[in-house]
Design a protein. Structure first.
Length: 261
């Protein structure tokens, strides 16, 4: 790939404060077209907030987020919607609508953006439900399915519009190993066959190593590491090492009391 190519996603010096709490302190990272970037970091360090900036739902206090070179942060709502239309987003909470069946939840983006109806809509929704092994649950309501099934419905919904960009917030948490693997294979296939660009926030190191082209590590609102799977395994950064090896005793990572003001 050409080094000069415009990145699919770019965060430039993104700062965000909520109330008195500085959450992002100048986040910089870019994702190349067709790349899978895994975003790692301890709880509460701004991973989900970073994804929300990319969708344009959260606007930075300072800095910018670009999609294919175009600012989503500082554009009018119409442009934001257009850019968001190219993304499939799976929020951490799942965000299923309780009064709609699994089928209708997955069909929602197609209906909302008037992208398909009738037999075509049914074909697309049935295909995505099949990929995530959800056909037996298609007529159930979210309250009547397991946590892992909700997660899978969130993934199926993110895929319905055949997006160029996929953002997943902890897709494999709560999935059993078989379904986690289905997800990993899906990400690899979407990248290989359709050239999809993805950001995957996860704590699942096995999944990260399997799907990532590169891994970024966010800590106290800054990206403190970015590199390949080999790079991260060999990093001398103590915080990153401690996190990826799952050690609970370490010099820094639990020292959240020492928050910078
Ligand atoms: N809209 C908001 N208003 C106020 N504070 C917020 C808002 N959104 C996020 N925060 C705070 O920002 C911090 C970072 O949140 P974020 O959800 O990005 O963490 P995370 O890295 O995704 O953590 P986890 O791994 O637990 O999901 C948290 O302390 C959270 O409470
Ligand atoms: Mg989160």
């Amino acid at each position: 790939m050409s080094e000069n190519q415009v990145p699919a996603i770019e965060l430039k010096n993104v700062h965000k404060t909520f109330g008195h709490r500085k959450i992002l302190r100048g986040v910089n990272f870019s994702v190349r077209k067709g790349e899978t970037m895994v975003l790692l970091g301890p709880s509460g360090t701004g991973k989900s907030v970073s994804l929300k900036h990319i969708t344009g739902l959260v606007v930075p206090d300072i800095g910018d987020c670009l999609i294919n070179g175009q600012s989503i942060s500082h554009s009018k709502e119409k442009i934001k919607k257009q850019l968001r239309g190219r993304m499939g987003v799976m929020f951490q909470s799942g965000a299923l609508i309780n009064w709609l069946t699994v089928y209708e939840n997955v069909a929602l983006p197609l209906r909302e953006h008037k992208l398909a109806k009738g037999k075509e809509l049914d074909r697309i929704v049935t295909e995505k439900l099949g990929w995530l092994d959800l056909l037996p649950a298609k007529d159930n309501f979210p309250a009547d399915i397991s946590g892992g099934m909700k997660k899978r419905a969130g993934i199926a919904r993110a895929l319905t519009t055949n997006p160029e960009i996929l953002l997943y917030d902890e897709p494999t948490s709560g999935l059993d190993p078989v379904m986690s693997n289905v997800f990993n294979e899906l990400i690899l296939r979407l990248k290989k066959e359709l050239g999809v660009t993805s950001i995957v926030v996860t704590h699942d190191m096995e999944s990260a190593y399997m799907i990532a082209d590169r891994i970024s590590f966010i800590y106290e609102g800054e990206i403190i590491f970015c590199g390949t799977v080999t790079d991260i395994k060999n990093t001398s950064n103590q915080v990153v090492q401690q996190f990826i090896n799952g050690r609970t005793h370490g010099p820094m990572i639990l020292d959240h009391s020492k928050k910078k003001k």
